[in-house]
Design a protein around this ligand. Sequence first.
Ligand code: SF4
Ligand code: SF4
Length: 389
Amino acid sequence: MIRPKDLVISTMMCKRCAACFRRPYTVCPIYEEFGRIPPFSPPSIIFLGSTILFKQMKASSELAVIPYACTLCGSCSANCGQFLLHLRWETPARLFEGIRSLFIEEGAVPAKISEVLNNLAKFGNAWGLSLSSRTAWEKDLNIEVPEYTSEKEYLLFVGDAAFIDEAKPAIRSLVSLLSAAGMSFGTLKEREVDSGDMARELGEYGLFEELARKNIETFTKHRVKKIITVSPHDYNTFVIDYLRLGFKAEVYHYAQLLDQLISGKKLRPVKSVTETITYHDPCFLGRYHGIFDSPRRIIKAIPGANLVEMERKGRYAFCCGGGGGRMWYDPQEPTRTRISNIRVNQARNVGAKVIVTACPYCKSMLLASDNLGEINIKDLAEILAASCL
Ligand code: SF4
Ligand code: SF4
């Protein structure tokens, strides 16, 4: 969360130089998506934030489309010569969350964003689904998913993947892999509530803290020391924001743990998966936390897998379009250029037949592209399970 004082300093420091979005290739996904028009670019969002902070303009739901179009991908941070967007806090794009919080204060947010926030507050998930929906993904598994108790070594935090149909095969694969490796783990089942990450991304700091404190209370009660997350977004918030709230644990994204299990010979990829694969770095895992190598090592360990790299990879990877609430909110319908379509074309350009990723939002967004053709989208846990189990 960004303090008001830091928000003022940061917005004032932007030189409007455009280095963060106008390069030989497009850096900012929304600049491309909206047909390269000025309001949808990092400095325009920052300028809007400063006019509201200095009371030259009032936050309104009409203007809210601009900050809420941002995917919080952090690509502009990686390209800003001023290192402006890194100033005084730990991860990229916090500045944009802060600007959104100005709209939250005025109650001036797009209707869909309001709905997501209300669902998070009322049901503990962004979809407004019942408690029992949180464990619906377990039904097609032929093994029992262990419940977390203090005797278990790892808490598997399922998060939003539990509600995203496209992500359910990935959680099932992950649970099967962890079981096959003999890991001591369990989930909180219906006691899990949203990590609060999305509330924070949408600028609703109060709701973030409320949700986070609920989880922290449960984690503390069950003496949770090690957490595996399915979502890079939950990983990000546990590592940064929960620590700020005083909760400390060893946190792993599942890609890190699966990588360790392969190197420790607890998982053996033996079956061939003969595919030309490219890896799409989820922004909140790669650019935010520098986790670039573990997923690639996993793919390379699979016999027959031919890993090819897209031009925009690692720190400079292009976004899938799903972060910052864009999983739910589409500011322009019909969309002129889908962000995920651009990413799929980048994969096609290097001859990939499968795009592998490690985030439930990324998989869902990429699958919704309307130019997939012969290209498949898979989660890292799914392709590893196909080789190991
Ligand atoms: S590169 Fe940095 S200083 Fe330049 S316009 Fe972008 S955010 Fe502002
Ligand atoms: S965080 Fe990503 S989408 Fe948002 S302004 Fe920066 S580059 Fe554009």
